[in-house]
Every structure is written in structure tokens, then in C-alpha cells.
Design a protein around this ligand. Structure first.
Ligand code: ZN
Length: 468
């Protein structure tokens, strides 16, 4: 049974609630690109899926970048003259400029203001600000909170450390029949922000749970990494292995109420681009396909020209285009269970397409085969044929070894699942032969049988890493 069908048998309300519960569990953690926040987050994910944790020391050169010092924080506050905490990290970790250097000082409001960040256009929201690569300290607060500060002296404390340590990332590898891989990458470095961070983390974790222990065509690699520097670090450490990545997806911002957006890979015509466009066209929410652009999330690194990997990015609202982006309003209310569940469904449908997309060859190409005598046609004449039978004609006609099932789904306007079911039936009836996919020759080394194609035309030794 297809993955999507299996998911659809479960109660979507419960799936959504479970995703949201997990997001709520991760929400209070003060994450950053390094430090105990991301470690703690990965430990929570590890309770659900097998996760290999990698620690890369400060100072490690990764392409043009260097792994930074590790940041940790215990507390931070601003106290007024009466000793009252007017801003307190314990209330929200967004109150501290992420990566703030430690500070203890007494200073007048006029001086303090230079280190305060607010959002005048949304006076009740707290902005999220970072200073990873320039030493600085600061506090983020609502504009109204700042306006309420009386003149006078304030005591500031940021009890943080910025020291040699490590950059941490997590990797969940699910071996399939082929060593060729599907890469799913999501950033895990934002503190209490729900859509931008936790939606991708929770849906990716649920997808990995769904795929764990299955007989899969591809191997799957899920990366939970700090944004930018994490992807760069992973790529630097895996330069030799990235040729295995046949399809990839960056998952982020998939919990908000907006419609779906899929940003194509740099190649623009990768199979994942085609699959995502198809899946989004055959679901009920609004969706838009965006051309590649070199700014955004970690697809920037996977699609840098030296790598040019077939990696797209699935979002709901596009980063930076919704007012809640990088503010305290990107909270648990902004990501609703129904939206998370629908995003998991889209990801599952996409995996189903990638797992099942292949080419077949019609073994009976001279005129139509007689479907009726094989019980593949309607029982009585006269009625219009339904979608299922129509799909059989489409598959037969275009199974010429050139068109994939996804090509046929696109051309016919029928859902991939219908086309795939038709192909399976026709294959069972002996009317189609499978065409070996390049990935199917790339099996793990320990298995060393010959792979032979159904048409007898293509042989490929196992363990071969031949690539088209
Ligand atoms: Zn962000």
C-alpha cells in the first residue's frame, strides 16, 4: 500500500494534534546555531527517530566559513531602579539578541536604548534578532514595553558564554534498496519561533517516523541542522557523498495558514520539481510554484553552483512576506494542527511519487491490447469509461520507455496515484515491462547479485555507482 493511503487511514485531527503537541514541547527551548538549545532539541527528536549527532569543533574551516564559537545562555534581564525586571529572558527567549556576548552593567536609558530592538509597526510584538558573526549584546522587546521605560538608570545582565565548543547537527539515515538518496533538510536553530523552525522540525520528524522500518526504493537522509552554517558544514564534511542525492527538499515554514509555495531547485527541471508541482496541483489548498532564486533557506547552499543538487524548498507562506515572520507572533497559535497535518500529507504524497515514479515499456504496442479479456475494461459496453480505465489507456500509450509515470500523470491530468495503480495492474497482466531506473543499480555493496532488466536490455552490477 502507498504511504499516502496509509496516512489517510489515520485520523488527520489526531495527526495534527500530535504534531502541534511536539511543537509545543520544543517551543520554549532557547535554540541557536550552536549550544545546548539545539542539543536539547535534537535529544527530543531522537526520542522519536534514530538520530546520529555530529559535533564539529569551533574553528573548523568549512569552505569559505569557519565554525563559530559556541553560545550558551543561562539568564538575562533589565532591572529598573526599584529592582523590578522590566525585561526578562525567563518570559521569552526572544528578549535576548541571539548570540549576545555576556554583559553586566548599569547605564542610563539613553545608553540602554542603543542596545534595544523593537518593532514600531507592531508595537505589541517582540522581534527576533541575531548577531552571530559580529560581537554585540542587546535586548528585544515590544515597542510599547520600551515606551513605558522611565528615564533613569537600568541594570542589565546577560549571563551568556561565547567559547570554543562545537556546532551540533542531527542526521537520520533510513537505508533503502538503493544507496541513492532523498535528502530532507530542515533548520533547527531558531528559539521560540513556531512556523519558522518548529513546523519543519516536527513534520520532518513525523515523516521520518512514517518511513522508518519500511522497504524503501531510495535511502532517506533527514538533516536537522543550524541554518546556513549547518548546511555549509554538512556539505563540507560530505562533499564526496552528495552525488548520491537524487532528490532533495528543504522543509520550512509549513505550519502557517497560507497556501503552499514550492521553490524549484536551481536546475528547474529536476524530478522533485516536477513531482512537487504535480502533488500541489492535485490537492485542495492554494499553491504556487516559484522559480529558483539564490536567497532563502538552505537550498541556497545545496543549490550553490558547485553542488547544484536537485533540492527544492517547500513552504506555506514565503519567508519575510508575512508580518509574523521573525517576531513573537510566530507562536504556537500561528501554526494550527490542521495546517501541520496537511503539510505532512503533502510531503507524504511527494515521497509516494518519488518512490513509485518509473518508466515502463508497453509489450503490446501495435494497436490497443484487448483489455476486456483480461478483466481490465468495464463489463458492459455503452457507459463512459471511468478515470481508472482511462488511466490504463494513458499508461499503455505512453509507456514507450521515454515517458515516466509522472510524465503520463502530467500529460493526462490524472493524479499520479491513479496512473501508478493502472501501471501496476497492467504490469501484473503482462502488458508492461519495467524499465530499470538508474537508481536501481546502486544497491548496497554487501548484496552482489546481478540486476537484470525485464526487457533484458540493461545490465548493471550491484554496487556500481554508475550515474547517468
Ligand atoms: Zn528564520
Amino acid at each position: 500500500m502507498g504511504l499516502l493511503k496509509e496516512l489517510e487511514r489515520r485520523d488527520p485531527v489526531k495527526i495534527g494534534e500530535e504534531l502541534h503537541r511536539f511543537a509545543a514541547e520544543l517551543y520554549p527551548i532557547c535554540r541557536s546555531i550552536t549550544g545546548n538549545g539545539i542539543r536539547h532539541t535534537l535529544a527530543q527528536i531522537h526520542k522519536r527517530i534514530a538520530l546520529q549527532i555530529t559535533e564539529v569543533p569551533t574553528g573548523t574551516e568549512v569552505f569559505d566559513w569557519t565554525v563559530p564559537r559556541e553560545w550558551n545562555i543561562r539568564e538575562a534581564y533589565i532591572k529598573d531602579v526599584t529592582g523590578r525586571r522590566v525585561v526578562d529572558f525567563q518570559h521569552s527567549n526572544l528578549h535576548v539578541l541571539n548570540y549576545s556576548t555576556p554583559v553586566r552593567a548599569k547605564l542610563p536609558l539613553s545608553e540602554l536604548r542603543k542596545n534595544l530592538f523593537t518593532l514600531p509597526e507592531h508595537p505589541d510584538w517582540v522581534p527576533y534578532r541575531t548577531s552571530y558573526y559580529k560581537e554585540a549584546w542587546g535586548f528585544c522587546l515590544s515597542h510599547n514595553q520600551m515606551l513605558a521605560l522611565a528615564d533613569g538608570n537600568y541594570e542589565v545582565c546577560i549571563d551568556s558564554t561565547l567559547e570554543d565548543g562545537h556546532l551540533t547537527y542531527g542526521e537520520c539515515y533510513l537505508p533503502g534498496r538503493s544507496v541513492d538518496e532523498v535528502l530532507i533538510s530542515t533548520h533547527a536553530c531558531h528559539p521560540s519561533l513556531a512556523n519558522d523552525n518548529l513546523s519543519g522540525l516536527t513534520v520532518a520528524t513525523a515523516l521520518a517516523e512514517l518511513l522508518s522500518g519500511r522497504d524503501l526504493r531510495y535511502s532517506y537522509r533527514f538533516l536537522f541542522i543550524p541554518g546556513t552554517i549547518g548546511a555549509i558544514t554538512w556539505l563540507a564534511r560530505n562533499h564526496e557523498n552528495v552525488a548520491r542525492i537524487r532528490h532533495g527538499l528543504v522543509l520550512t515554514g509549513i505550519g502557517d495558514p497560507g497556501g503552499f509555495h514550492y521553490k524549484k531547485s536551481r536546475r528547474g527541471n529536476a524530478e522533485v520539481d516536477q513531482a512537487a508541482a504535480h502533488v500541489l496541483a492535485h490537492q485542495s489548498e492554494s499553491s504556487e510554484i516559484l522559480e529558483f532564486s539564490p536567497y532563502g533557506y538552505d537550498e541556497r547552499q545545496y543549490c550553490s553552483p558547485g553542488f547544484d543538487l536537485p533540492v527544492g524548498c517547500l513552504m506555506r507562506s514565503v519567508w519575510g512576506t508575512f508580518p509574523e515572520y521573525h517576531t513573537s507572533a510566530d507562536n504556537l497559535d500561528f501554526i494550527q494542527p490542521r495546517q501541520l497535518a496537511a503539510s505532512l500529507r503533502i510531503c507524504t504524497a511527494l515521497v509516494d511519487v518519488i518512490e513509485n515514479n518509473r518508466r515502463y515499456k508497453n509489450l503490446n504496442p501495435y494497436c490497443e491490447p484487448q483489455l476486456g479479456k483480461r478483466n481490465l475494461y468495464r463489463s458492459s459496453g455503452g457507459d463512459a469509461i471511468g478515470e481508472e480505465i482511462n488511466a490504463r489507456f494513458w499508461v499503455l500509450n505512453f509507456s514507450d520507455g521515454e515517458h515516466s509515470l509522472l510524465d503520463i500523470a502530467e500529460r493526462s491530468g490524472l493524479p499520479f496515484s491513479t496512473i501508478n495503480e493502472a501501471a501496476e495492474l497492467l504490469h501484473q497482466a503482462g502488458l508492461l515491462a519495467t524499465f530499470p531506473d538508474p537508481s536501481e543499480g546502486n544497491v548496497p555493496k554487501e548484496e552482489s547479485e546481478e540486476v537484470e532488466s525485464a526487457t533484458g536490455g540493461i545490465h548493471r552490477g550491484r554496487g556500481a555507482r554508475t550515474r547517468d
